[in-house]
Design a protein. Structure first.
Length: 192
């Protein structure tokens, strides 16, 4: 019994020491050289055409959501970087715009059951919350940084659509109903 008690006390002490060490660690923001390396890589990947051998399309073979997330999370990171350091704004705005253009390509959005010309509709059906939410945030980031109104109408339509859906929900939570060609998709058909 004493051995178990000693082991338990030892593990508890190690855990407490580990917590104390974590408390005093500080985050060090990457230097410009490291940031520029990452930006160079992301610019290269984002500017690649959506061919079958592009990095994004190959990543999509693992999961189609990874394609959308690659563009959207890069956009969020770029926006954060530009807000933190305004010297990056001019470099980042065209890359964010290209990310949006890629996400508006049917090679990306067809996985979410989105109609081909959805961005021309006056009101949007209940499309995938995952796709529409990420696209909307990307559009908002671009609008915030650039002041360009190219995507403002689409940004406003998606915001209104998501807000109206949100207001109708019982639990104030949006759920994504996957659609393909206007019909709900069962999970077995949704995931390859």
């Amino acid at each position: 019994m004493k051995l178990k008690y000693k082991i338990l006390v030892f593990l508890l002490l190690v855990f407490i020491i580990w917590l104390i060490i974590i408390q005093y660690q500080t985050y060090k923001y990457p230097d410009k050289e490291e940031i520029n390396k990452r930006l160079n890589y992301l610019e290269q990947v984002i500017n690649e055409p959506l061919d079958s051998d592009s990095e994004i399309m190959l990543l999509g073979l693992e999961s189609h959501e990874f394609m959308m997330f690659s563009y959207s999370f890069a956009t969020y990171a770029f926006t954060n970087l530009a807000i933190k350091d305004s010297t990056y704004i001019e470099r980042i705005i065209p890359v964010i715009k290209e990310s949006i253009v890629k996400v508006l390509d049917s090679k990306i959005f067809h996985f979410y059951g989105i109609d081909e010309d959805f961005f021309r509709l006056d009101t949007l059906p209940d499309y995938s919350v995952l796709y529409m939410g990420h696209l909307n945030l990307m559009l908002g980031c671009y609008r915030l940084l650039s002041g360009d109104n190219t995507f403002s109408t689409l940004n406003d339509k998606i915001s209104e659509s998501l807000f109206l859906r949100y207001k109708k929900t019982s639990f104030l939570n949006l759920e994504s109903i996957p659609r393909r060609y206007g019909y709900p998709i069962t999970l077995s058909r949704w995931h390859p």
